[in-house]
Design a protein around this ligand. Sequence first.
Ligand code: AMP
Length: 432
Amino acid sequence: MKFQVPRGTRDILPGEVERWQWLEERTRAVQALYGYREVRTPFFEATDLFVRSVGEATDIVRKELYTFEDRKGRSLTLRPEGTAPLVRAYLESPALRAESPARLYYMGPMFRYERPQAGRYRQFWQIGSELLGSAKPEADAEMIDLFRAILADVGLRDVTVLLNSLGDTVCRPRYREAIRAYFKQHEDRLCGDCKERLETNPLRILDCKVPSCAPVIAGAPSVLDSLCPECAEHFEGVKRALTALDIRYEVAPRLVRGLDYYTRTVFEIHAANLGAQNAVGGGGRYDQLVKDFGGPDTPAIGFSIGMERLLLAVGEESWPGPAKPDVCVIALEPGAVLEAQALARALRGLAQEPSRRRALVALVDTAGRSANAQMKWASRVQARWAVFVPPGAEGYAVRDMTKGLDEERQPSIEALRGWLSERRDAVEAVRG
Ligand code: AMP
């Protein structure tokens, strides 16, 4: 083989892609119920957009960006995350800025040069929601509620909400220094990466998974003890609002996230069955980001869900399975192929009926197979019915492929469409 899919990426093929489509449709529907509207930004942006928002000292910016120069020498980067592009789009659009708060979401691939492993890819998909223009704890609660609603709607209920506050521009720098001083005392027990983080990004040490760092991390001062009164009150407000919505959470004082723009609330949702990579997604407040991008003071909060992880966590039970063809039209003799094609088109019903209520998924053989081989193919693709052309004196013969039974003949194409679509609808009504 000459070419292979690039390392850390994968093809999503029929058989699997239907699960993705199902997830996408359900997610869109839930977002719509909460009043969130989709924004589609480009897959690449000016490199600086990510450096300035995600943060120069983060792993994402230091090690994981796919950066390239275009033909005019501009530095561009494949987006590693969706918030910074969305904030950029928000600031460029007067219509979006006029909405306050603005409720927006995105869905699409992100790119990070990470070490591939189970549940970790170099191109992966995220669904993310953002609420721009409210600092209120109720906005935080709405976000976490929406996140959970998306998971619950696809059948994932066994989840844990982890909640923390990182403070704001007043108390966070104080905590940063406190924790740097603490880890400095224990520097000799930290791993190489953490020694480096001590200078660049001491908060990230809390997130280190190297076992030898664990005891040092366990003794570190808690961010919650160093919150200023306003941040502490905000955090209490978030907890109150979650309780009022009947959302259980665990306070996780060691929870920090891999992006620098977060302030105050951060959260993650974990699924019990995911193993090491158990965060389905996470998010937090970014009250300074819009201002940092040159916009007005606009407190905001968002989250993103990893779609690969979500599909892994959901498993096979919840989704209805790929759609199967309703009909295969079988040409009984080679001369009937064109008639078969025309009949299949009529059964699809696109021209007759824009509402598509009675549209049938109709396939026809275009590979010149014998009538026998066409029947085998119809069972292989699991068609519900076979219809035969040319029609006999009493009309179109129909066979129920699931039972191997011949049904009553249908005198005309219209009658055939009506007969098939009624029975198809009855099956779908039962399936829900
Ligand atoms: P982050 O943008 O880093 O906060 O990640 C949010 C979510 O995206 C994570 O909880 C994962 O579910 C997912 N995610 C992040 N990085 C990857 C990756 N390299 N491969 C697959 N999923 C990822």
